[in-house]
Design a protein around this ligand. Structure first.
Ligand code: NOJ
Length: 535
């Protein structure tokens, strides 16, 4: 059942583009807006409804665009405002929504606001950032750690205070307790909303407010040796403070004033904290990103459990969402293997809630091992050798088998894997049973099957490698049967009765098959089944 226009994001499928890596149009080895425009027919052909662009604003690129020096401009590497307007217009003409990445927690240290703020203690913008006095021994104000390694406090020689940066020292945190900061960011939001963008994905939204007294964070008793050093302490006082929800409600009022827009929150928190980001009476983010699939153990029981826990925890009226990959986490095809990547696609596109796809996952791109000389990610540079690097999931889109994959005419900013010669859009489009064909079919089936979009979720079985659930709405049901392992399974559950019809198999070779008894699943196979009407 389609929702009213305002709720388009409930029925929609989101596709994340990392602009540096989608398509280079001007031969500098870095993707850009004109490149995305050129590839829009491809995005449209997938059947997705909305594009989320990682940041495209002016940036010194210390964190590849997540360090913004102007919230209302376009980074020249990516093009011009005219390029942006052209992309937005073309997206809308093609029925695609466009979501921008809002990074309100921190600016670049080159942002004029910070340049002013650090110029003197009595500068009017001093209080726009988070400044703290040294302890009597000269050390940092407290024990808070940067997510990218080391103390989160940077001493500023000129003014004799420390500033706080949850990420790089080149990314000073804004002071969201200051109403002027709020007003400035809301103005920036309005600038883009007036242009017609359809919403924002808000970067690290749970970080915005910090403890007013800068209390020390407690140690993490569950720290695992070999994990990133920032995990040695909990973030009790530096993130997820109660006042953040007032800020998000304000942001929501900004977007709501423009009608059918969506506010998506990036939040890595345990479930009971995550759901608070829907806000009181759903006045918060419409889609607090649900990252549970990014880290769950890939077994039927654990996946069923995260679905069940999430479904149970959702506040009344809150709409679920699921994410399988993004520009910060290892590619799904490498996390669980190429066979299971197809099953994961079926899972993502048959669960209850808005799915977000990450560019390249639809062609099975895997995590590339990056040679030390090719490392670009500041996280890997600061905390080397323990596997935190994010370059491997940000490699250029593999369009064809040419030298640089059709992404660029010149050596790209990150390398392509050698297998791009086979694993690319052109080749996969020629293969009717490729993973790309599977994504397209899954999206098409979802679109034409109301239970998959808005039906209830009912767990049926989770044993060994077998995961079965039913989606049901208005008297119509489909059953999803997934084999999460490499060995065949004979499925005997009564949920797939005699006469049931296979709508889709992850192998794309059983459509229309009528079941006459046991459902034989091959290893790494998932099927969507339409049961016969009840007698
Ligand atoms: C989350 C973004 O997804 C990540 O790429 C970035 O490094 C941090 N926020 C800091 O902005």
């Amino acid at each position: 059942m389609a929702h009213s226009g305002d709720d388009w994001w409930r029925d929609g499928i989101f596709y994340q583009i990392y602009p540096r890596s989608f398509q280079d149009s001007n031969g500098d080895g870095v993707g850009d807006l004109a490149g995305i425009l050129r590839r829009l027919p491809y995005v449209k052909s997938l059947g997705v409804d909305a594009i989320w662009l990682s940041p495209i604003f002016p940036s010194p690129m210390a964190d590849f665009g997540y360090d913004i020096s102007d919230y209302v401009g376009i980074e020249p590497l990516f093009g011009t405002m005219e390029d942006f307007d052209a992309l937005l217009g073309a997206a809308h003409d093609n029925g695609l929504k466009l979501i921008l990445d809002l990074v309100p927690n921190h600016t670049s240290d080159q942002h004029p606001w910070f340049v002013e703020s650090r110029s003197s203690r009595d500068n009017p913008k001093r209080d726009w950032y988070v400044w703290g006095d040294p302890k009597p021994d000269g050390s940092a104000p407290n024990n808070w750690l940067s997510e990218f390694g080391g103390s989160a406090w940077q001493f500023d020689e000129t003014t004799g205070q420390y500033y706080y940066h949850a990420f790089l020292a080149q990314q000073p945190d804004l002071n969201w307790r200051n109403p002027d900061v709020r007003a400035a960011i809301y103005d920036a939001m309005r600038f883009w909303l007036e242009k017609g963008v359809d919403g924002f994905r808000v970067d690290v939204i749970w970080h915005l407010i910090k403890d007013a007294e800068f209390r020390d964070n407690p140690p993490n008793p569950h720290y695992v040796e070999g994990r990133p050093p920032n995990e040695k302490i909990l973030t009790q006082y530096s993130t997820d403070q109660p006042e953040v929800h007032d800020v998000i409600a304000q942001m929501r009022r900004v977007t709501d004033a423009f009608g059918a827009r969506v506010l998506i929150g990036e939040i890595y928190l345990p479930l009971h904290r995550l759901i608070a980001y829907y806000g009181n009476d759903l006045t918060g983010a419409q889609m607090p990103f649900n990252f549970a699939l990014l880290s769950t153990f890939w077994s039927a029981r654990s996946i069923e459990k995260i679905i069940e826990d999430y479904e149970k925890a959702l506040p009344k009226g809150a709409w679920p969402n699921w994410v399988l990959g993004n520009h910060d986490r290892p590619r799904v095809a490498s996390r669980i293997g190429p066979g299971q990547a197809r099953v994961a696609a079926m899972l993502l596109l048959t669960l209850r809630g808005t799915p977000t796809l990450y560019y390249g996952d639809e062609i099975g791109m895997h995590q590339l091992a990056i040679a030390p000389e090719d490392v670009r990610d500041p996280f890997e540079k600061n905390v080397p050798g323990i596997g935190v690097g994010r370059d491997g999931c940000r490699t250029p889109m593999q369009w064809d088998s040419s030298n640089f994959g059709g992404f660029s005419e010149v050596r790209p900013w990150l390398p392509l894997p050698e297998d791009h010669i086979h694993e690319n859009v052109v080749n996969l489009e020629a293969d009717p049973r490729s993973i790309l064909a599977l994504y397209r079919r899954l999206i098409a089936v979802r679109k034409t099957c109301p239970p998959l979009v808005s039906g209830d979720y009912h767990p049926i079985a989770a044993q060994g490698d077998l995961l079965v659930y039913r989606r049901e709405s208005a008297g119509r049901a489909v059953v999803v049967v997934l084999n999460l392992g490499p060995d065949p399974i004979a499925v005997t559950t009564s949920a797939v009765r005699f006469g049931s019809e296979i709508l889709l198999s992850t192998f794309l070779d059983r459509e229309g098959e009528k079941l006459e008894g046991v459902l034989d699943l091959r290893g790494n196979e998932g099927v969507v089944v339409s049961p016969p009407p009840h007698p």
